[in-house]
Design a protein. Structure first.
Length: 348
């Protein structure tokens, strides 16, 4: 994949966060805490964390049902694993494109634009549920009301994130139920930049509306919310098991706060696999609960490793099995941006 300025910025940001986390912490002490960790519990945490990806694949089905009903689990699972693997080892969050493209290789029933739109909807539900859980964690009496993250009150991040999620859902529902006015508005705003951009934005939004069909059905909407909640609860459970491996004394609600903070943090451009950013955010989040920086960083590095390896290996195996190449994803990028897909997209 092309190494552009966004990729360079992501690597620099990850390096800066890693330096910030370690600049006044002796790394030998961090390694010491990692060596003393309970290895069976740590491996169990990795296994539980890996279970979230089959749940993510199952959650994808009701989102895609309006386009292609009752897709087999395997058809959804393999692209999910591939997408995560690509995000772990390549730059620029190419995994979202890889996941959508792999689905079109698994089945002709879902065109690439609809697959990509469904992945975007998938991420919106993640954001909403994560932020709700994070707010719930902040109601726990053991959460410090005056806590700060990177020098700013935690409440500012939480309020801003929740307002963003509410605004995003409002915009999505407006796009579903008032598509024509919203498309005209989007095209008009894009036309201020260029006519070509207006055309691309219009094409992409038209395809995106199909991915939002899940919002029209209360039953499907409830199913997606339910699977999303289960997904993130299992992820929080894996955090808690890893905390026990390091003897970290913090309530279970800390895992809900921590995973929300990390998810928000890794959403910005970073190095592949979010190395550096994950560890720095873990240290910042644990500090709210009075956990020492050395132990928090040891937890971050160890947990990150045991959860990184399994899904990356599985995704790589499926990537090879489908005969995919990174050049395929480069050719898929125009369709993700609203341009017509080339002939290779949608190939079986």
């Amino acid at each position: 994949m092309r190494f552009g300025w966004r990729a360079a910025l992501g690597i620099l940001l990850s390096a800066a966060l890693l330096w910030w986390a370690l600049h006044d912490v002796p790394f030998a002490r961090v390694l010491g805490h990692m060596r003393r960790a309970n290895v069976p519990l740590l491996l169990l945490a990795g296994a539980v964390a890996t279970c979230i990806f089959p749940l993510r694949a199952r959650r994808w089905r009701p989102i895609l049902d309006p386009v292609a009903p009752d897709l087999p689990f395997g058809v959804l699972w393999r692209p999910t694993a591939i997408g995560m693997m690509v995000n772990n080892v390549f730059l620029s969050r190419t995994g979202e494109i890889a996941r959508a493209y792999a689905l079109t290789r698994e089945t002709k029933a879902v065109p690439f634009t609809a697959a990509f739109a469904s992945v975007a909807v998938d991420r919106v539900f993640d954001a909403a549920v994560l932020l709700a859980m994070m707010f719930g964690a902040m109601l726990d009496p053991r959460f410090a009301p005056t806590a700060t993250i990177f020098g700013r009150p935690v409440g500012e991040y939480a309020r801003g994130g929740m307002l963003f999620a509410i605004a995003l859902f409002a915009a999505l529902y407006a796009l579903v139920f008032l598509p024509a006015p919203m498309l005209r508005l989007a095209r008009g705003m894009a036309r201020l930049v260029s006519a070509g951009l207006a055309e691309r934005v219009g094409r992409w939004l038209e395809s995106f509306v199909h991915g939002l069909s899940v919002l029209r059905s209360p039953g499907r909407f409830a199913a997606v919310v339910g699977w999303t909640t289960l997904h993130w609860f299992v992820n929080a459970l894996s955090y808690w098991i890893a905390m026990q491996a390091f003897g970290i004394d913090a309530p279970f609600s800390a895992t809900l706060f921590l995973q929300g903070l990390i998810a928000i943090g890794v959403a910005i451009p970073q190095a592949p696999g979010y190395w550096g950013g994950f560890e720095a955010l873990a240290a910042a989040g644990f500090a709210v609960y009075g956990v020492g920086e050395e132990v928090a960083l040891a937890w971050g590095f160890a947990y990150h490793f045991v959860t990184f390896v399994p899904i990356t290996l599985m995704g790589a195996a499926y990537f090879a099995r489908l005969g995919m190449h990174m050049a395929d994803l480069k050719s898929a990028r125009p369709a993700a941006a609203g341009d017509p897909p080339n002939a290779r997209q949608g190939a079986a």
